[in-house]
Write a protein that binds this ligand. Structure first.
Ligand SMILES: C[S@@+](CC[C@H](N)C(=O)[O-])C[C@H]1O[C@@H](n2cnc3c(N)ncnc32)[C@H](O)[C@@H]1O
Length: 205
């Protein structure tokens, strides 16, 4: 019987001494924080170790929640929160079956959507757009197929986007920032490799 493949980040999520993707927030979260509604409702999708949510909470955001498919990730998030004496709403959830109960002011997702099929992440973005308040913001990063999926993710990256595909999904929103580029990446226990990425910061009109 073939063994189920496990993505590299699970080992880091189980280890309190290393961080899979660093402890600092993603640059767009830092750069655009002044545009986000501090008293608004925030959701991070595929949060990993929830570095963005911790950063927002440290900066006065209170109504925040985050989810990830990985139980190891969410356990680690709860441990970090306990250590810092922070109450955090983080839960295990597959983005493909997320049930939308609220409308949000800010939705964040970095490096996650390409791990589900294209129809699934398109549906997720369309539902997320619908469940965002007017003036609300999305900060989304997805990998594209401009560069072949590297060995560390090739078994999981089933939904790599086409260049510009993310931007097209937001054609009816105000584009605050959009970037497409290739970068060199490195994680614990993996050789250096390249990813092609598209990033967007967009506001609902
Ligand atoms: C490359 S990591 C990025 C983590 C975090 N966003 C960051 O930037 O540090 C991708 C994350 O997506 C999560 N993920 C993958 N498929 C998912 C799904 N269907 N629903 C929710 N999370 C998922 C993984 O468990 C993993 O934590």
């Amino acid at each position: 019987m073939e063994q189920k493949k496990i993505p590299f980040w699970e080992d880091s999520y189980k280890n309190d001494n290393i961080s899979a993707f660093g402890i600092n927030p993603n640059p767009e979260v830092e750069q655009f924080i002044d545009l986000f509604n501090k008293s608004g409702r925030v959701l991070e999708v595929g949060c990993g170790e929830a570095k963005n949510i911790f950063y927002l909470m440290e900066n006065g955001f209170k109504n925040v929640s985050a989810f990830d498919l990985s139980e190891n990730a969410i356990n680690k998030v709860h441990k970090i929160a306990e250590k810092r004496n922070i109450q955090i709403n983080a839960f295990v959830q597959d983005l493909c079956t997320f049930e939308w109960k609220y409308n949000y002011d800010l939705i964040i997702s970095f490096g996650t959507l390409h791990f589900v099929d294209r129809e699934e992440w398109h549906k997720f973005i369309n539902d997320a757009k619908e469940h965002t308040k007017i003036g609300g913001i999305h900060v989304i990063q997805i990998f594209t197929d401009k560069v072949e999926a590297s060995d560390d993710i090739k078994d999981f990256a089933v939904g790599l986007a086409k260049e510009g595909e993310l931007l097209e999904l937001y054609e009816d929103w105000e584009i605050i920032n959009h970037k497409e580029f290739v970068f060199e990446d490195e994680h614990p226990n993996a050789p250096k490799h390249f990813h092609a990425t598209n990033k967007i910061v967009a506001r609902k009109r």
